[in-house]
Design a binder for this molecule. Structure first.
Ligand code: ADP
Length: 360
């Protein structure tokens, strides 16, 4: 059979966007196809490969040998309608309860994104219990003022190439932040709008636990592309996580939940394969299934995670650790669902109401 490039192109266009087909060649009896894919997960790569080969065998020819080179490329993430024009994606990271590992997840996802080549910022909106200044080894640092178009703005502090702003830069470590809602909202406003964030692919917003004033305040100001929810597997944490999911799903809030992460899923004694499900098993996974929300992965209890958070060097900044790999995989899945969300849904509208029953 004569090599028919156009026919192959047409068959491929039924499986993958034609822009992603880079080259089709016939060499030494083999048909070689180079393809770009923006989805970084191995699972997707395998599925794409199978779909393409099935289609070619069915609609082109059974007898040829096909060689597929699938190149994973960095996605161009479309601009979204935030009031912060230079920030392409704002992701809220939330938990219903405190102490379940939300800030640790935020810091590690930020580092995974940075490793992938994205421009990343972290806004520590956990006004009453900030921790990003600790997790990024910035205790005692103070943001500098810069002049932007005649206006004085705060310059986020960079650590490991990630831009950070936290209320923790302005408070004493031993001092409790005792602010009423409006004061906290005002401080947050400054961290968001009186800051020179520059261009970012991602701004991760580390929200306080629960579903309260600060959440509403943020939703009234910026258009959040999606939210991640983290929970530990025990019943009391899950009950609150349900409330968190319900908040995002409320008709007038309507922020897509990109996924749920289960933290402290189990503990393994070093050099022993047995997994000890200290807080229960699969709780967050089941919650994700109930709500038909993607489950992004489980993170075991690992001493190193706690240690690296305490010394201010998020573990996932390093390339070659098995634990960094867990955060990297969660981040890749988050990107996959974010791209889907940005493609299929309009930008999230900024919340218009002042207060809301059930969210206070
Ligand atoms: P939150 O932001 O939800 O209050 P943190 O991220 O501050 O929670 O985590 C609470 C504590 O648990 C921190 O000391 C952190 O280092 C630790 N931690 C979080 N996740 C893990 C984990 N998977 N394994 C071990 N320690 C963890």
């Amino acid at each position: 059979m004569k090599f028919d490039k156009e026919k192959i192109k047409k068959i491929l266009s039924g499986v993958i966007d034609s822009d992603n087909v880079i080259n089709i060649n016939h060499l030494g009896g083999e048909i070689i196809i180079d393809i770009n894919s923006t989805n970084p997960t191995l699972k997707h790569k395998k599925e794409l490969e199978n779909r393409i080969l099935d289609n070619l065998k069915k609609s082109y020819s059974e007898e040829h040998n096909y060689k597929l080179n699938i190149n994973v490329v960095k996605p161009t993430i479309p601009q979204n309608a935030n009031r912060l024009d230079n920030i392409k994606n704002i992701i809220a990271i939330s938990s219903a309860k405190g102490g379940v590992g939300k800030s640790t997840l935020t810091a590690n996802i930020a580092c995974s994104l940075k490793k992938m080549g994205f421009k990343v910022g972290v806004l520590d909106a956990d006004i009453y219990g900030p921790s990003m200044h600790i997790m990024f080894d910035l205790v005692g640092s103070k943001p500098m003022a810069v002049n932007v178009d005649g206006k004085s703005k705060m310059s986020p502090i960079e650590s490991y190439g990630i831009k950070i702003l936290s209320i923790g830069f302005f408070t004493n470590m031993d001092q409790a932040v005792v602010w009423r809602g409006p004061m906290a909202s005002k401080a947050l406003n400054q961290l968001i709008f009186d800051a020179d964030w520059g261009e970012l692919d991602f701004l991760l917003v580390d929200l306080p636990p629960g579903t309260g004033d600060i959440h509403l305040s943020i939703m009234q100001k910026i258009s959040i592309n999606g939210a991640l929810i983290i929970s530990t597997p025990q019943i009391v944490a899950l009950a609150d996580a349900r409330k968190g999911v319900s908040m995002y799903k409320q008709e007038n809030i309507n922020i897509p939940v990109l996924g749920i992460v289960e933290n402290m899923a189990y503990y393994q004694i070093p050099n022993d394969d047995t997994k000890h499900y200290i807080f229960g098993k699969d709780g967050a996974k089941n919650l994700a299934e109930d709500f038909k929300i993607p489950f992004l992965g489980e993170i075991p209890i690992i001493q190193q995670i706690r240690e690296s958070a305490d010394v201010g060097r998020p573990l996932s900044i390093d390339e070659d650790s098995a634990t960094a790999f867990i955060y990297d995989e969660i981040t890749k899945k988050m990107i996959t669902f974010l791209l889907e969300r940005n493609k299929n849904l309009p930008p999230t509208e900024i919340l218009k109401i002042k207060t809301m029953a059930g969210c206070q």
